[in-house]
Design a protein around this ligand. Structure first.
Ligand SMILES: *[C@@H]1O[C@H](CO)[C@@H](O)[C@H](O)[C@H]1NC(C)=O
Ligand SMILES: *[C@@H]1O[C@H](CO)[C@@H](O)[C@H](O)[C@H]1NC(C)=O
Ligand SMILES: *[C@@H]1O[C@H](CO)[C@@H](O)[C@H](O)[C@H]1NC(C)=O
Ligand SMILES: *[C@@H]1O[C@H](CO)[C@@H](O)[C@H](O)[C@H]1NC(C)=O
Length: 420
């Protein structure tokens, strides 16, 4: 019982920070599309016009995202990553896009994205150069934030290459202030913690007061082991990371690679479920022009998106580590609806069983649901979020048996029943 209580206390340890960034944006994790993982720094429009970083690429992705159910499901931001810039500023010191790849300029592109009912995001870097070697904002911070506002940008990702990370506690808040002073609400995505030397204490609370989202760990790659690695880091650091997350402030474990080359069907469902439990941004990096229907269905799964976008904004937690158990991890996230008893609020939970096993057969997992933190005596209704299968009514001591595919998940929602 003491153990269950401590799990609950940790789950609910969501801090309140008076100095929080107050731009009213991303009260649930941002959803959209970001170019990096899938399209990288491909600037060769002569030989690869369909896939180079160009006006055409973002317009085509915006068109696909405005149709086919993505916009209706909540996907909203079309975001350029690195390599959109010209190699130098213009004669007056202003940032300009590469004139051949963005012949109509960024304002034209953002207007086009807005005309489709979507929002537009852009990338820069806090240092003298971007990671790809294009002009960074160092020395031009205020001017560049104003340029972005003038272009109608809605979301700014600021990378951390070519700058001493010891200056970050000064410059990232400065840039945040300049963004605010433009008067245009723009989401502020920071790479701040990612570049801090592991020997230096990371000022997590300051970061979460400064930015709407922040990358804590390395880039996602098109590889299942990359997902495992990222999830492991978020689990290992969860006592620090969960309390700083909440509406308007999110840990960012990087892009969704669903619809790309490497992940199996089950592994794609795993990423979608894990990211929704982590209250992570759902930023696809894939080719929406060539997306298999079964992958589209994962990205558009309303049950899973509802977990991601739950308005309480409480980041989920790994409560069972497979390495010490049977190879199946358990992650839980408190969500709505909640129920009120005389002395407590009873949460619904999204419960994720993730098999890290590789022994072929779907692995049978049998546990009383109390093992998943489902301890309300009046019991819960359980429903599988991917299959919509109703598991029925369970009291805490009732045993649920499910089978989890290798590297796959069982993802269900538990809704409390309060006896009248
Ligand atoms: C700027 O910050 C103030 C104070 O936190 C806030 O009220 C205002 O909405 C912000 N404006 C923008 C455009 O983000
Ligand atoms: C773009 O960058 C190139 C290479 O640095 C430079 O020669 C050119 O003048 C820049 N274009 C404009 C319009 O400033
Ligand atoms: C964090 O913020 C507090 C309060 O604004 C400030 O006093 C402190 O210097 C900051 N720490 C870092 C490392 O930026
Ligand atoms: C951290 O400190 C240790 C001991 O002083 C040192 O050997 C190591 O190189 C440092 N790590 C980094 C990334 O600077």
């Amino acid at each position: 019982m003491a153990k269950v209580l401590s799990i609950l206390a940790l789950l609910l340890a969501v801090g309140k920070f008076s100095e929080a960034l107050d731009n009213g944006l991303v009260l649930t994790p941002p959803m959209g599309w970001l170019s990096w993982e899938r399209f990288r720094c491909n600037t060769d429009c002569k030989n690869d016009p369909e896939n180079c970083i160009s006006e055409r690429l973002f317009m085509e992705m915006a068109e696909r995202m405005a149709k086919g159910g993505f916009k209706e499901a909540g996907y909203e931001y079309i975001i350029s990553d690195d390599c959109w810039l010209n190699k130098s500023r213009d004669a007056d010191g202003f940032l300009i896009p590469d004139p051949e790849r963005f012949p109509n300029g960024i304002k034209f592109l953002s207007d086009y994205v807005h005309s489709l009912g979507l929002k537009f995001g852009i990338y820069e870097d806090i240092g003298t150069f971007t990671c790809g070697g294009f002009p960074g904002i160092a020395g031009h911070e205020k001017q560049d934030m104003q340029t972005f506002a003038d272009w109608g940008v809605d979301y700014i990702k600021i990378d951390g290459c070519y700058k001493d990370p010891n200056t970050f506690p000064q410059v990232y808040p400065d840039v945040g202030r300049y963004i605010n002073e433009t008067g245009r609400p723009m989401v502020y995505s920071c790479e701040w913690p990612l570049y801090v030397n592991s020997n230096v204490t990371i000022p997590w609370v300051n970061i979460s007061n400064t930015c709407n989202l922040w990358r804590g760990y390395g880039d996602v790659q098109d590889d299942y082991n990359s997902l495992v690695d990222i999830a492991e880091w978020y689990a290992e650091n969860q006592d620090v990371l969960i309390p700083i997350a909440g509406p308007g402030r999110w840990n960012d474990p990087d892009m969704l690679i669903i619809g790309d080359f490497e992940l199996s069907f089950d592994q794609q469902k795993t990423q979608m479920a894990l990211w929704s439990v982590l209250a992570a941004p759902l930023l696809m990096s894939n080719d929406l022009r060539h997306l298999e229907p079964q992958f589209r269905r994962i990205l558009l799964n309303r049950n899973v998106i509802a977990v991601s976008q739950d308005k309480l904004g409480i980041q989920g937690r790994r409560i069972v580590d497979s390495l010490k158990g049977n190879g199946v991890e358990v992650w839980v996230r408190p969500i709505t609806p909640t129920a009120q008893t005389v002395d407590a609020t009873v949460f619904s939970f999204a419960v994720l069983l993730w098999s890290r096993r590789d022994d072929g057969v779907p692995f049978a997992v049998s546990n009383p649901i109390s093992a998943y933190g489902l301890t309300s005596k009046t019991g819960y209704f359980l429903r599988n979020l991917y299959t919509n299968q109703d598991y029925g009514f369970f009291r805490p001591t009732d045993v649920l048996t499910v089978r989890v595919n290798p590297s796959g998940v069982i993802f269900f929602k538990a809704t409390p029943v309060i006896a009248g």
